[in-house]
Design a protein around this ligand. Structure first.
Ligand SMILES: *Cc1c(COP(=O)(O)O)cnc(C)c1O
Length: 419
């Protein structure tokens, strides 16, 4: 009797605390986020628990960030140990973990140098700055133009919303920096027409993420490579979402056999700890010199310890192979789902564990809400796409469980939206 009372009152306290946090959030945090109606307090692997103790299967992983799962013991141990040893000294001084991380990223890729940042937008800022500065050496006064794709996403700073080819991110923040133009994604003729000797860089996501999980074609990226070479422009791939094993290869460009001059990373790099990176090769790697760029926080011993631990886990647990295998299994299950619910579910698309389910009706938000109620976290892009970016550690059993819950959600939504 006493135990039951205690448990009941503990639940009541947790509910009251959650309610208090919602009131403070609504009153005092800037209103930039449309929050989902849940407050998470704990995570482990591909699972999260909310303030009321309900368990969820997390198929979003903090938007492709928690690639090794929540609270992976090796990541936790590395960060705990580093936090108790040395967190930060600034980039006025060398720290060993940062140098080791740089070495490992270079060994795993086709690049020569790296600049560390704290986020994806900041990594893209470096890429844009170095493209502009490098272009100066060619002696053409108008060689500062950046060509990016419509429907792309590159971040939320003034320069990166300008590079982002979606007016909704730019509206209200004008005047935007000059020299940016946009081309329809996967349209080689349009790219040819847009790139000239005045182009400093072509900036592309190999697979558009926020735009709806839309892979580039091989021919398109090859054409971009050739156009960049022919016009002394840089080819920059934004792999903030696609990088770090997400697609079943370490970098998405490896699927295409097209190596860019510059690649940006963030999301999965720190496994939940904020860190980004801009990698470059050739003259692009030598463009920035002392005084050109910097960051107080970036590449701190703490951030580097997290990223080094993530690289250890990806290698030791063979997470690229897991992403390929479980990704293929998940796509097969989603195709079964499509056969059972052709009036709602369209084709699945994506690579590795960067996947989306296309819908044939505009019910993505309702389905995502019903999934959350049923204990599955997925994400809606627009009205007709459900995005899945689970931890790279998931099993085929997790994939089956997710599709089972998704099916329940589809049935529940069909029951209320059937006309
Ligand atoms: C998330 C994302 C960004 C922005 O990263 P932040 O860390 O939020 O600044 C940039 N590019 C792509 C492709 C992304 O998915």
């Amino acid at each position: 009797m006493t135990t039951i009372t205690k448990t009941a009152s503990a639940a009541a306290v947790a509910a009251a605390e959650e309610e208090q946090a919602r009131v403070w959030d609504a009153a005092h945090v800037m209103k930039t986020y449309a929050r989902q109606p849940v407050t998470f307090v704990r995570g482990r692997g591909a699972r999260l628990w909310d303030a009321r103790g309900k368990e969820y299967l997390d198929f979003l992983a903090g938007i492709a960030v928690c690639s090794v799962g929540h609270c992976h013991p090796r990541l936790v141990a590395a960060v705990q140990e580093q936090a108790a040893t040395l967190m930060h000294v600034s980039n006025l001084y060398l720290t060993e973990g940062q140098a080791r991380l740089a070495r490992r990223l270079i060994e795993l890729s086709d690049f020569e140098r790296v600049f560390f940042s704290n986020s994806g937008a900041e990594a893209n800022e470096v890429a844009l700055k170095l493209a502009r500065k490098r272009a100066k050496a060619f002696g053409r006064p108008n060689k500062f133009r950046i060509v990016s794709a419509l429907n792309s996403f590159h971040g939320r700073t003034i320069a990166t919303i300008t590079a982002t080819g979606q007016p909704k991110y730019q509206k209200g923040f004008e005047p935007l920096p000059a020299g940016f133009s946009y081309v329809p994604f996967n349209d080689i003729a349009a790219l040819k027409a847009a790139v000239s000797g005045d182009t400093a860089a072509i900036l592309l996501e190999p697979i558009q993420g926020e735009g709806g999980i839309l892979p580039a074609t091989r021919e398109y990226l090859q054409a971009a490579r050739e156009l960049a070479d022919r016009n002394d422009a840089l080819l920059i791939f934004d792999e903030v979402q696609t990088g770090m094993g997400r697609t079943g290869r370490m970098w998405a460009y490896q699927h295409y056999g097209v190596v860019p001059d510059v690649m940006t990373l963030a999301k999965g790099l720190g496994g939940g700890f904020p860190i980004g990176a801009c990698l470059a090769r050739g003259d692009a790697a030598e463009t920035l010199v002392p005084g050109d760029h910097g960051s107080t926080f970036a590449g701190s011993p703490l951030a580097a310890s997290a990223a080094n631990a993530v690289l250890d886990v990806i290698a030791d647990e063979e997470l690229q192979a897991n992403a390929r295998r479980v990704g293929a299994h998940l796509v097969a299950r989603l195709e079964d789902l499509r056969r059972r619910h052709p009036h709602t579910v369209g084709p699945a698309r994506g690579v590795g564990l960067m996947l989306a389910v296309g819908l044939t009706r505009p019910v993505a938000r309702q389905i995502v809400g019903a999934c959350l109620d049923a204990g599955l976290i997925v994400n809606a892009i627009g009205d007709d796409t459900i995005r899945m970016l689970p931890p790279l550690t998931i099993t085929e059993g997790d994939a089956d469980a997710a599709v089972e819950t998704l099916e329940k959600a589809i049935v529940a939504v069909a029951a209320v939206t059937a006309s």
